[in-house]
Design a protein around this ligand. Structure first.
Ligand SMILES: *Cc1c(COP(=O)(O)O)cnc(C)c1O
Length: 378
């Protein structure tokens, strides 16, 4: 049987029971399970606000649109970001007409605080930080840089559901933190996400914008039942809110998140043990002060593409997270600016890591990887 890089695990019977409640009551949309899931997420993370959306990509866009309006940023103000990420992180900056400026990553594959500081100009307004693979990297130092330079910190925590940093769930460091509940992430629904603003006012703005810019506020104040259909639309908003079917799945999956992440860390520890001694396989340093959600387990090797080809022959299908975004046309003008990210992009392999994986699978993958690395060097 083939071994895939990522694979969701759903608690099917429990999910079906929660979904059935939605279908029988006829309430599949916003409210009901979405509100329950938001409340549970706030309780789980300790974050003050949580707005359930249809994807992390929507959440990242909402994060920037809300901050841009609030602080009156202009088009071509700059947002420092990483070239080593899923393109959503950087597309969100372009959606708002802002300018992405890439800084370089450190050994953790997260943005380096020093590189960020070097790229700050009079136009810099925010930093988009990705907790790569569930690892916080130097998040605390980055948050300090942002405080010192009066920049908004946006945490792309797509990999970080359940990640703990400095003894609490990650997210409170940032003005806004965005989680993904896409099917291959640590808390799989099918497609959804959570955007968590520090300020309640920003949360309220995001809720209005995620439902076309509609507000009922003025009419809720009148008791006139006949005017329930009347609402105001002060903004050109988006269709970004989540629905109760996805939230129903999320409520179930959240119950298992801590156990699932512990299992991921245990598999990762087995990988580390088996690969630590190998001179041609470099491991990503373990996170400091961070209990990683271990979304990914990555190694770095030379001749990466040939090593991948060899692994396919053993029916192992690893992945690459990620290709340097400056190789895509809309970011190409920044090519060459981030040598560490460019080098990582050529060497990274994400080894299979998911909840159907056994210890035997890990041993099998490690043997195949070592054999592949030995083979391609000659
Ligand atoms: C998956 C991912 C996203 C996008 O998440 P969706 O929920 O699929 O929109 C954003 N950023 C990073 C780093 C991701 O891995």
């Amino acid at each position: 049987m083939s071994i895939q890089v990522l694979k969701p695990k759903y608690h099917v019977e429990e999910c079906l029971a929660e979904i059935e409640e939605c279908l029988r009551s006829g309430w599949t949309g916003v409210g009901f399970k979405t509100t329950q899931f938001e409340d549970q997420w706030k309780r789980y993370t300790g974050l003050p606000n949580a707005h359930f959306v249809n994807s992390a990509t929507s959440g990242l866009h909402l994060a920037l649109t809300v901050l841009k309006r609030r602080y009156g940023w202009s088009d071509d103000d700059e947002v420092i970001s990483t070239p080593l990420t899923f393109v959503s992180t950087n597309h969100a900056i372009l959606y708002e007409g802002l300018q992405p400026v890439f800084a370089d990553v450190d050994d953790s594959l997260c943005l380096s605080p020093h590189s960020i500081e070097e790229r700050i100009t009079s136009k810099t307004r925010a930093v988009m930080y990705v907790g790569f693979g569930g690892n916080a990297g130097e998040l605390n130092a980055v948050s300090e840089v942002c405080r010192r330079h009066d920049l908004a910190l946006v945490l792309d925590a797509a990999h970080m559901a359940g990640a703990r940093y400095l003894d609490r769930h990650v997210g409170s460091e940032a003005a806004v933190t965005v989680f993904s509940f896409h099917s291959v992430k640590n808390l799989p629904t099918a497609d959804s996400g959570m955007v968590c603003f520090r300020d309640a006012e920003d949360d309220e703005t995001a809720r209005r914008l995620s439902w076309m810019g509609i507000t009922k506020a003025t009419h809720e104040r009148t008791d006139e039942a006949s005017y329930k259909w009347r609402y105001d639309v002060p903004d050109v908003g988006f269709k970004y809110h989540g629905n109760s079917i996805m939230a129903a799945i999320g409520l179930v999956q959240l119950r298992y998140l801590d156990d699932d992440n512990a299992r991921r860390r245990s598999l990762a520890a087995s990988y580390r043990k088996a690969l630590a001694e190998h001179a041609r396989i470099a491991l990503i340093p373990e996170a400091k002060a961070c209990q990683s959600s271990q979304h990914l387990f990555q190694v770095r090797v030379g001749h990466r593409d040939e090593v991948m080809e060899e692994l396919y022959k053993s029916d192992i299908y690893p992945g690459v997270h990620y290709v340097d975004n400056s190789s895509y046309p809309m970011y190409r003008h920044m090519q060459g600016a981030c040598p560490n990210a460019a080098a990582a992009s050529e060497e990274l392999i994400s080894l299979p890591l998911h909840l159907d994986l056994t210890e035997d699978d890990v041993s099998y993958v490690c043997s195949a990887l070592i054999a592949a690395v030995e083979k391609v060097r000659v």
